[in-house]
Design a protein around this ligand. Structure first.
Ligand code: PAF
Length: 277
């Protein structure tokens, strides 16, 4: 495995690659969720590139940019073991040099869910992913369903800008007790960690009710809310049922839909979701 830290070296390396290129963008502090993306890329493409870059433009002023967990040596080892061929590890100065002034913005798909709660977040995500796509020119991009709004917005960006990238959205990877894997899980203290399982429990509950025929959004949301609120340290940021394509709230499920939630446990904000179809 090679670590490449300059944009020009990455472009040169990419130009020499033969066959398909699977790309797994990350902000590091890898976990089994990221590794499942690498695994899918490994199976489906000839070369696997992962990027590690904590992208400052997708963090709000009061968010956790400075404290975001980082451990490059650990990531390097995990990526190598998982079969990554190249890690692209640029620095901030390279990606956003003095005078940087261009951004990509979503139109509408960020009206709800995290987009409504984290203004500017998806502008930062779209911008960095487009930049990384331009540098790495992958044939295939791998994203986790855990960040479902991000995945949908990026899928739409690829369509709207005619980018020659096949997008893959891989299933959520969970801890044994159901908690969705996230780099931010390390922020949880033992008590919050225990309580955080209510998120996946609420999701399973909604899935069960949906399978039994319940299609009324208000009923499903109220059950999920009750399940989460049973935990004293939980504070719901949002819980919504939206159409999969438009990400607009719906009253009844008649087509592919997403139940998505963000919940604080202490200072830690966790997200989770399920696709209902
Ligand atoms: O999902 C993430 O880790 C980030 O949002 C991404 C896609 C790497 C862009 O910084």
């Amino acid at each position: 495995m090679h670590v490449i830290s300059s944009i020009s070296d990455m472009i040169e390396t990419r130009n020499a690659l033969k066959g398909s290129v699977g790309f797994v963008p990350t902000m590091g502090y890898l976990h089994r969720g990221h590794l499942s993306l690498v695994e899918a890329a490994r199976k489906q493409t000839d070369n696997v590139v992962a990027s590690i870059f904590v992208n400052p433009t997708q963090f709000g002023p009061n968010e956790d940019l400075d404290s975001y967990p980082r451990n490059f040596e650990r990531d390097e080892k995990m990526a190598e073991e998982a079969g990554v061929d190249f890690i692209f590890y640029p620095d901030k100065q390279d990606m956003y040099p003095e005078g940087y002034a261009s951004y990509v913005v979503p139109e509408g798909l960020d009206n709800h869910l995290c987009g409504a709660k984290r203004p500017g977040h998806f502008r930062g995500v779209m911008t960095i992913v487009l930049k990384l796509f331009n540098i790495i020119r992958p044939t295939d991009g791998y994203f986790g369903q855990k960040d479902i709004q991000q995945a949908r917005i990026l899928e739409q960006m690829v369509t709207d800008f005619h980018l020659p990238v096949r997008m893959h959205i891989e299933p959520i990877v969970r801890e044994r007790d159901g908690l969705a894997m996230s780099s931010r899980n390390v922020y949880l203290n033992p008590d919050e960690r225990k309580q955080s399982v209510c998120l996946s429990r609420a999701i399973r509950l909604v899935e069960t009710r949906f399978r039994a025929g319940q299609r009324d959004t208000a009923v499903l949301l109220s059950e999920a809310e009750k399940e989460i609120q049973r935990q004293a340290s939980s504070k719901i940021d949002y819980i919504e049922l939206v159409d999969y394509h438009t990400l607009e709230p719906i009253h009844r499920i008649t087509d592919r839909a997403v139940l998505a939630c963000a919940v604080y446990f202490g200072h830690t904000r966790l997200i989770d979701n399920t696709i209902l179809e």
